[in-house]
Design a protein around this ligand. Structure first.
Ligand code: SF4
Length: 695
């Protein structure tokens, strides 16, 4: 590492790999994996390796713009502050909303949350992380009493069995998958993949269970019932640390494993492996979360680990991996509409009072705000009159995307902070605010195993672009609010760390108050650390010896009944539509599409269909297919493949109105959500398919 090299963190997924950045003085970078970062130890995937190709000036927004006219910061910020204040004065605090992003740094996220919840006095701040892992948050809270991830990445190298369920880790968290492959080589770790689709993660797996879409609760209920039948419940752990086990086991026994569509032989192989291997890690991701029963799916997995005491010890536990680089940080700062900062509860009066006192805030909401899908429904109905979108593109990525785009275009006042104006959402904005991009801003992010890492600015922001915390604080000050006078991210971090100490005093899990007095120099050189910091939680582990956060100190097992997805295939819409990520693209491609080698991997949108279905529809390879749902249509190129089962379709999620106007996939997806988490069911829509043009 030379003097000109700076440590930072990759912005593309929740693995949170460390990178070494060396600027060339001409606005470009060299990027290498950081050999000392505990997430990757020098490894990078294709996206991380191509980071240097995505930092140029192409399509950058460089000056504020109001109603289509470039302007200066003072004019733009005054206009935003005045319009938000006027809207709140006329229609109340719940008439405004922020829609933020797991791409934001924790310091930026903290400021947005403080402004909305503590000063505007509404909880109408939600995030695109609602689409990513909110079912896990809800499942953790139901089981543990807080949103605590028990596992760490070292567990992957110390497990004897790894189960990936609803997770194409090989493409979506590639460096973690590399770590698993290395463990398989050195230790002989077994790998089971549970996914309706055959993905890259299945290559070389010991078992692939192609279960029926949405039947995860039935599968893990069956596992729990089998653990009980074999007499292998950990009664000592349950008696000491778990409530609800009897009811959960009774419900599991009452549920029908045939719902999964799996053969008795495959089920037995899975049960033998899972039950017979003490050191088992069950990794889950969007295939579990993005479901109308996502929270139940999460709890079905947690039930099995709690019933066997396989939690909180090296090499075992349930492990949710987050999609976005700072989805976890967003959870920590309370960036979801139903959370308070630092894992405190919005609906707990003591917690509210403590945070309000700390912030010296004039107003605090006492109930949850609108979750993402409901927020944009309210926007379309005129109940939200002013919206600020930060680093997100909901007009493409939310379900029923055409309606969302219409709602954005029809809203009285929309502000978008982003690095580019070339998004479907920015096109509908009244005010565009130029934000600093990844390599131009400083702060912290938290990855999937609770490791907090620094992101550091190494390039100058172009034009007059500014970091998000500065933009938010300037608007807050112009709205007349105190407490937004920071001059650096380090000051915000100190305030946030101090607040986390209050959370710790309530016995909450998230406490980084060891850093409340960190000086600027130490913040600049801060090494990655995993919370909790306290000596009582040796090794950063939770729950080996109980210590759960419900009032009785116990975890809860839940009695769960499997539910079908909200919409089932029928004669009119016989196909089940699954959506997901590609290996070399990130979200709506605003950055990854700038890299020719990333774009070369799979250069255009497509639909995967089983050859039997394609034959029935008279479709040849590379023909165009039109998919239709009650919400929209999409035209895509056909890929005939047995990777999907007959009746199932898979479509990547990345293309937008900017890059492929006919292929906006979320235009097809119904705005159906999990009743507890509010997470949309993005992987089980029903659609019709036909040749395009019609034959
Ligand atoms: Fe970046 Fe994720 Fe790849 Fe690591 S695995 S290099 S964090 S995209």
């Amino acid at each position: 590492m030379t003097a000109a090299t700076t440590r930072s963190t990759c912005p593309y997924c929740g693995v949170g790999c460390g990178v070494l950045l060396t600027p060339d003085g001409q606005g470009r970078l060299t990027v290498k994996g950081d050999p000392d970062h505990p997430a990757n130890f020098g490894r990078l995937c294709s996206k991380g390796s191509a980071l240097a190709e995505t930092v140029g000036l192409s399509h950058r927004l460089m000056t504020p713009r109001v109603n289509g006219t470039d302007t200066d910061w003072d004019s733009a910020l005054d206009h935003v502050a005045k319009t938000f204040s006027k809207t709140i004065a006329e229609h109340g605090p719940d008439s405004v909303a922020f829609y933020v992003s797991g791409q934001m740094l924790s310091e930026d996220y903290y400021v947005a949350n403080k402004l909305m919840k503590g000063f505007i006095g509404s909880a109408n701040i939600d995030t695109n992380s609602r689409l990513c892992m909110s079912s896990t948050v809800a499942g953790h809270k139901r089981a543990f009493g807080t949103d605590t991830v028990p596992g760490t990445y070292e567990d992957l190298e110390n497990a004897d069995l790894i189960v990936l369920t609803g997770s194409n880790l090989a493409w979506c968290h590639p460096v973690l998958y590399q770590r698993i492959l290395a463990a398989r080589k050195s230790r002989g770790t077994k790998l089971v993949v549970i996914d309706p689709r055959r993905t890259a993660s299945c290559d070389g797996a010991d078992l692939h269970l192609a279960l029926r879409a949405g039947s995860d609760v039935a599968l893990f209920n069956a596992l729990l019932a089998e653990i009980d039948r074999r007499g292998l419940l950990d009664r000592a752990y349950i008696d000491a640390y778990v409530s609800g086990a009897d009811n959960a086991i009774a419900a599991a026994k009452a549920s029908d494993p045939a719902i999964t569509g799996l053969s008795d032989g495959d089920l037995k192989t899975f049960f033998d492996l899972w039950i017979g291997t003490e050191k088992v890690v069950t990794i889950f991701s969007q295939g579990v979360n993005q479901s109308s029963s996502g929270t139940d799916k999460v709890n079905a997995i947690l039930n099995c680990h709690l019933a066997t005491g396989r939690i909180g010890r090296l090499g075992m536990g349930p492990f949710s991996v987050t999609g976005q680089p700072n989805a976890m940080g967003g959870r920590e700062v309370g960036g979801l509409a139903n959370m308070l900062a630092c894992h405190l509860d919005l609906e707990n009066a003591d917690h509210r009072e403590a945070v309000q006192g700390f912030w010296a805030s004039p107003a605090m909401p006492d109930k949850a705000g609108l979750k993402a899908v409901d927020m944009f429904r309210a926007l379309g109905e005129g109940r939200i009159k002013a919206l600020w979108v930060i680093h997100s593109n909901p007009a493409v990525t939310l379900p029923d995307a055409d309606r969302v785009r219409g709602a954005v275009e029809g809203c009285d006042f929309v502000v978008v902070s982003d690095i580019t104006e070339r998004t479907d959402t920015a096109r509908g904005a009244d005010v565009l605010l130029p934000a600093a991009a990844w390599a131009e801003k400083s702060g912290t992010v938290t990855n999937s195993d609770r490791t907090v890492s620094r992101q550091r600015a190494v390039l100058a922001a172009p034009g007059i672009a500014q970091p998000d915390w500065w933009i938010l604080a300037e608007v807050a000050k112009r709205m007349g609010f105190d407490g937004f006078d920071w001059t650096s991210p380090a000051e915000i971090f100190r305030e946030y760390a101090t607040l986390s100490g209050i959370a710790g005093s309530f016995g909450r899990d998230f406490d980084i108050s060891d850093f409340k007095d960190i000086c600027d120099a130490d913040y600049d050189t801060l090494s990655p650390f995993r919370w909790p910091q306290s000596a009582a939680k040796q090794g950063g582990r939770f729950f080996a010896d109980g210590g759960f956060y419900h009032a009785d100190g116990k975890a809860k097992m839940l009695a769960l009944t499997p539910r079908d997805p909200a919409s089932m295939p029928d004669e009119k819409r016989p196909f089940r539509l699954n959506t997901g990520r590609l290996r070399d693209q990130w979200h709506t491609m605003t950055r990854t599409a700038l890299s020719p080698r990333l774009s070369a991997h799979l250069p255009e949108p497509f639909v995967d269909m089983h050859p039997k279905d394609a034959d029935r529809l008279g479709l040849k390879p590379a023909d165009l297919v039109r998919l239709t749902s009650p919400h929209g249509t999409s035209v895509l190129r056909l890929r005939r493949t047995t990777d999907v089962a007959p009746g199932d379709l898979f479509v990547p999620m990345h293309w937008t109105g900017e890059t492929a106007p006919s292929a906006r996939i979320d235009a097809l997806v119904a705005p159906v959500t999990d009743p507890i988490s509010g997470q949309p069911e993005s992987k089980a829509s029903t659609v019709a398919a036909e040749p395009f043009p019609a034959k």
